[in-house]
Write a protein that binds this ligand. Structure first.
Ligand SMILES: CC(C)(COP(=O)(O)OP(=O)(O)OC[C@H]1O[C@@H](n2cnc3c(N)ncnc32)[C@H](O)[C@@H]1OP(=O)(O)O)[C@@H](O)C(=O)NCCC(=O)NCCS
Length: 222
């Protein structure tokens, strides 16, 4: 038996007390539940429904950050600054993504990190575990987060705008993202940055069983 496969679970148990405390502080009972479920229930079974959104990069609506907030690409020094707003489990994932060349944009109020998002020029199963035929001219823009006290002030939409700008500067044609249609705040960040080329290109229904993801992608009329 390959005991190495148990390492993530052992680390999950080890980091649980600290992560649970931080998740409760950041997101209340929902955060605490999520920290627990990520290490237990979600490994066993989980299902969901996501919309796949494409935004053309020559026509999205640019949203500047609100006063006092700046957005910049993460550097090696940023990971420590993210520790008050990201659990150890999340930071572990961030290090892996960064090592694979994906880019994190961080929103700052002064020297305090208040949000982040991720950008990828190329997708792999580590960040996109669904069977989507992803166009080579599209960036995958994902994992958007703003701390609770800073929400509904435009920071999330500014991060979405900044990652679309990041993709445009790389010469790509579109930015693709996925949202849960029931996440109203997330849907609003699409609406607030949508230009004429924004559209729903498909939907995904997925089931995750025993750590494996089974997804069905249904393209919609474009
Ligand atoms: C989604 C998220 C990043 C948005 O960040 P934000 O800084 O609040 O974004 P913005 O202020 O630019 O816009 C959010 C919009 O949603 C609205 N909104 C915020 N929270 C809401 C809620 N709980 N219910 C309904 N609407 C909400 C805001 O009023 C705002 O709309 P408005 O400009 O018309 O007033 C933030 O809510 C978050 O981090 N949520 C938890 C993580 C998450 O769900 N990420 C998205 C995964 S795709």
């Amino acid at each position: 038996m390959n005991l190495g496969r148990l390492n993530p679970y052992v680390r999950g148990l080890r980091t649980f007390p600290g992560d649970a405390a931080l998740a409760y502080q950041l997101e209340g009972a929902a955060g605490l539940w999520r920290a627990l479920a990520e290490r237990s229930l979600y490994h066993l079974a989980r299902h969901g429904h996501l919309l796949v959104i494409a935004q053309t990069l020559d026509s999205f609506r640019e949203v500047p950050p609100p006063g006092g907030v700046t957005i910049a690409q993460a550097t090696a020094a940023s990971w420590q600054a993210l520790a008050p707003i990201a659990t150890q489990r999340t930071l572990d994932r961030f290090h892996q993504r960064s090592a694979r060349g994906h880019v994190c944009l961080v929103a700052w109020r002064g020297d305090r990190a208040i949000g982040y998002t991720w950008c990828a020029e190329r997708v792999g199963p580590d960040i996109l575990p669904y069977p989507i035929s992803f166009p080579p001219t599209a960036a995958y823009l994902f994992d958007l987060y703003v701390v609770r006290p800073e929400r509904a002030n435009g920071v999330g939409s500014a991060l979405v705008s900044a990652r679309l700008t990041w993709a445009r500067e790389r010469g790509l044609g579109e930015g693709w993202r996925m949202i849960s249609p029931s996440n109203h705040a997330s849907v609003r960040t699409v609406e607030k940055t949508a230009g004429r080329g924004a559209r729903v290109v498909g939907e995904i229904r997925y089931v995750r069983i025993l750590g494996r993801v089974y997804g069905r992608y249904q393209p919609l009329g474009q």
